[in-house]
Design a protein around this ligand. Structure first.
Ligand code: SF4
Ligand code: SF4
Length: 185
């Protein structure tokens, strides 16, 4: 794989957790934007941002869905904030086999923030009325590696869950059935 230098726009969402009031508008709009068809439903379990809440202590931490991890990592992290200890991995961004976070609830496929591809500004930022989320762009010279596409990531997750042979059998069966339908028409 060749790495070459390219100028690219680095997109950042700065999270000011002190301003977050736990309203969950970001979760609602994210899940609605990614619904099929768009805006046909909203379900925070399908959101690419989750707000870890501790309402009694007025602590709310928005966490964005990051990369898919096919295996659990070797270590665990644990946070204590204002004297409250959070569950292991509570603020991890990965969609990984050790927990249900950042997985599409029906299929189990990994969810990842795509910065609301196609929109001028991330919708969670737009709908965060207290400015806990601030969008920034900057240009940077980076070594560009070929990144796996969503389809590759989804197929890898399915193969890990059901086994490659089962996926191939299913695809073959679907192809045969489609061919059969074409021949009939
Ligand atoms: S919309 Fe803003 S204030 Fe509301 S939960 Fe999300 S980050 Fe927090
Ligand atoms: S930037 Fe878009 S995709 Fe990412 S969490 Fe916010 S609303 Fe969801």
């Amino acid at each position: 794989m060749t790495n070459e230098k390219k100028t690219k726009i680095v997109k950042t969402i700065k999270v000011d957790a002190d301003k977050c009031n736990g309203c969950r508008a970001c979760e609602m709009v994210c899940s609605a934007f990614h619904a099929e068809p768009k805006y046909s439903s909203n379900n925070p379990a399908r959101s690419r941002i989750r707000v870890i809440r501790e309402p009694l202590r007025d602590i709310y931490i928005p966490v964005y869905a990051g990369e898919y991890a096919p295996a659990e990592c070797m270590g665990r992290d644990k946070y204590v904030i204002d004297g409250k200890e959070y569950e292991e991995c509570a603020f991890c961004r990965a969609s990984c086999p050790s927990r249900d976070a950042f997985k599409e609830p029906d299929s189990g496929l990994p969810l990842k923030c795509d910065m609301c591809e196609g929109e001028d500004e991330p919708l969670c930022v737009k709908w965060c009325l207290v400015d806990a989320l601030v969008y920034e762009e900057r240009e940077e010279e980076v070594e560009e590696e070929e990144k796996p596409e969503d389809l590759d990531i989804g197929l890898e997750a399915l193969a890990n869950k059901y086994g490659l042979q089962k996926i191939m059998d299913t695809v073959n069966r679907m192809a045969m059935s489609e061919k059969g339908m074409e021949n009939q028409s």
